[in-house]
Design a protein around this ligand. Structure first.
Ligand SMILES: [Fe+2]
Ligand SMILES: [Fe+2]
Length: 292
């Protein structure tokens, strides 16, 4: 059986038809979506995953799994939790039935009297229930690994500085609305300098230094893969902006060129702001509560 994952973000227009076509090929379909129009696809999929569901929306009602945070990287975490819960359930069933069978055989050959047999059965039941309750403990225990508060604060300080630069990008985007050609060219060049020297440097450091540390703490890296994809997208937009600036004819900058550059700068600003907020969530989760 092929195991595949589809997101309503990409296949929204195909919806249930896509699920039905894939179903004919015996694929195990996981479908994720976040809106009412994803509900039929979520209900038809083998495993429907609703993202960012608030309250009793149609998508959360139809889905098998509801992830309250609107983050695709949490899907990997949900899969690990589900696989672990299933493993614990199978362990408990096999152990409970096996021990009960042994106790019955012992009773049949007369090694176990009725009252001790009843007590043994109760002990088996309690042991199996306690084992099953392990499913309620966190699947990602970090095994005692945390980031120190000092390291967390340092990363937060970097983000505060980065957000200051994003605020400057936002003001440049706003100023480009009414900028003259000469003024617009200067603003675009300034925005490019901020993006190349501050934003790109920060995201490269995240990818090369911070994420490997996080992966060691989380003991897995697939949860960070969506964040790494955001890094690639930010770097791609930064390259696009650099090309726009290279091709900017300073003497004949027209409104269309300014609009193009404005759109790219705005895309960088919005994407980095959202990405930084997600990283803050992750850092907060891995900082040790009492370490200094
Ligand atoms: Fe980052
Ligand atoms: Fe960051």
């Amino acid at each position: 059986m092929v195991d595949c994952f589809y997101s309503g973000y990409d296949f929204r227009q195909l919806g249930v038809a896509k699920v039905n076509v894939l179903d004919q090929f015996s694929l195990c379909i996981r479908w994720s979506g976040d809106e009412i129009n994803d509900a039929p696809a979520l209900a038809s999929a083998d495993v429907g995953i609703a993202l960012g569901a608030r309250g009793a929306s149609a998508s959360s009602e139809a889905a098998d799994v509801v992830i309250l945070a609107d983050r695709l990287d949490r899907v990997g975490e949900a899969i690990v939790i589900a696989q672990r819960a299933r493993r614990i359930a199978i362990e408990s069933i096999v152990a409970g039935m096996g021990l009960s069978t042994l106790a019955m055989l012992a009773a049949v050959v007369g090694w176990l009297m009725p009252v001790p047999a009843a007590i043994v059965q109760e002990v088996i039941d309690v042991a199996v229930i306690l084992n099953a309750l392990r499913a309620l403990t966190p699947a990602f225990g970090h095994a005692g690994r945390h980031m120190t508060v000092a390291a967390g604060r340092e990363l937060h300080r970097d983000h505060v500085a980065l957000i200051g630069q994003l605020d400057r990008l936002r003001s440049i985007v706003d100023a480009l609305d009414d900028a003259t050609p000469e003024g617009g060219a200067a603003l675009i060049a300034e925005a490019n300098k901020v993006v190349q020297e501050q934003v790109v440097a920060h995201e490269r450091d995240d990818e090369g230094t911070v994420y490997p540390r996080l992966a060691r703490i989380l003991q897995e890296s697939h949860g960070l893969s969506a964040m790494s994809r955001a890094h690639r997208e930010i770097l791609h937009l930064a390259r696009l902006l650099a090309r726009v600036v290279e091709d900017l004819p300073l003497e004949t900058v027209d409104r269309y060129l300014i609009r193009d550059a404005q759109r790219v700068i705005e895309a960088v600003e919005i994407l980095v702001r959202m990405h930084t907020a997600q990283e803050e969530d992750i850092y907060e989760a891995v900082v040790a509560p009492t370490s200094v």
